[in-house]
Structure formats: structure tokens, C-alpha cells
Design a protein around this ligand. Structure first.
Ligand code: 5GP
Ligand code: ZN
Length: 140
């Protein structure tokens, strides 16, 4: 039996208590269509075990989710004629997470779709980039 949270929307989808369009499934994961698609074919891959987010998901569930997302990306490209794919995880409210059951978005991309990068790439201050990198290195 997977670890579940009775108040979690995605646990209810996994249990079949809330209907969804399931597109892929294995021992550890389930994939279903997102009801607010960014593009045609936008799906979500979730581990069957409940965990809130990227920082708390079991590493084996994380790995299984990544493999399932890769599989789905390939299938979506073939089935829908997508020109590319974005994988997206949102961890924390500030990073746009709205459902607190770890999941990966699989977003097929099309040459003329409306999705845009949410930041404008521009060179950063080199000292500040190094300082941030140093802080990360010291912690890891
Ligand atoms: P997040 O914002 O946490 O990264 O992603 C949550 C996703 O779940 C959103 O893209 C949202 O559209 C999707 N979602 C929310 N409620 C439901 C639902 O009831 N069914 C399905 N299939 N997707 C949902
Ligand atoms: Zn859950």
C-alpha cells in the first residue's frame, strides 16, 4: 500500500476517488492529464507514495518519476507531434507549487505555442554569481 494523505488531491486521484485521464502507470508512479494545460498534452507524473515536495520525496520515487517523465515526453512527442518538451517541478509556494504532493509537469512544446520563459536572461554580476556558488559549495 502506498503512503497516502487523506486530504491530498493527488492521493485521491491515485486512489481513483477523483476522476482523471490516466496516460501512464507503473509500480511507483502514475501520470494523468493536467486540467489546466499550458499546452496540448500537458500531463503530470506523480509517485504513488505521498510526499509534499522535491525536498521530501523518497529518492527512489524521485528517480522513478524522472524515468516516467522521460517516457511520457517521448510518447507525447510521437503521439502529438510536439517539437520539444519541458519538464517542470515547482517546490514551494514561492516557486508556484499549488498541490503539495510531489509531481513533475511534462509539457509538450510546439513551435508556435504561447509558453514563454518567466525570466529575461541577462548577464549577472560575476562576483555575486561566484559568491552564491561559494555559499552553495560550503553547504554541500
Ligand atoms: P503545481 O502548481 O503544484 O506545480 O501543479 C499543480 C497542477 O495540478 C496544476 O497545473 C493544476 O492545473 C493541476 N490540477 C489541479 N487540480 C487538478 C485536478 O483536480 N485534476 C488534475 N488532473 N489536475 C489538477
Ligand atoms: Zn498525496
Amino acid at each position: 500500500m502506498p503512503a497516502t494523505d487523506p486530504d491530498c488531491l493527488f492521493c485521491k486521484i491515485i486512489a481513483g476517488e477523483i476522476p482523471s485521464t490516466i496516460v501512464d502507470s507503473d509500480d511507483r508512479t502514475l501520470a494523468f492529464m493536467d486540467i489546466n494545460p499550458a499546452t496540448r498534452g500537458h500531463a503530470l507524473v506523480v509517485p504513488r507514495n505521498h510526499s509534499a515536495d522535491l525536498l521530501s520525496v523518497d529518492p527512489e520515487d524521485l528517480a522513478a518519476t524522472a524515468v516516467a517523465a522521460q517516457r511520457l515526453a517521448g510518447t507525447a512527442k510521437e503521439a502529438l507531434g510536439a517539437d520539444g518538451v519541458n519538464l517542470l517541478n515547482c517546490c514551494g509556494e514561492v516557486a508556484w507549487q499549488t498541490v503539495f504532493h510531489f509531481h513533475m509537469h511534462v509539457i509538450p512544446r510546439y513551435t508556435d505555442d504561447a509558453v514563454r520563459l518567466p525570466w529575461i536572461p541577462a548577464p549577472g554580476d560575476t562576483d555575486e554569481i561566484s559568491a552564491a556558488g561559494q555559499q552553495i559549495k560550503e553547504q554541500s
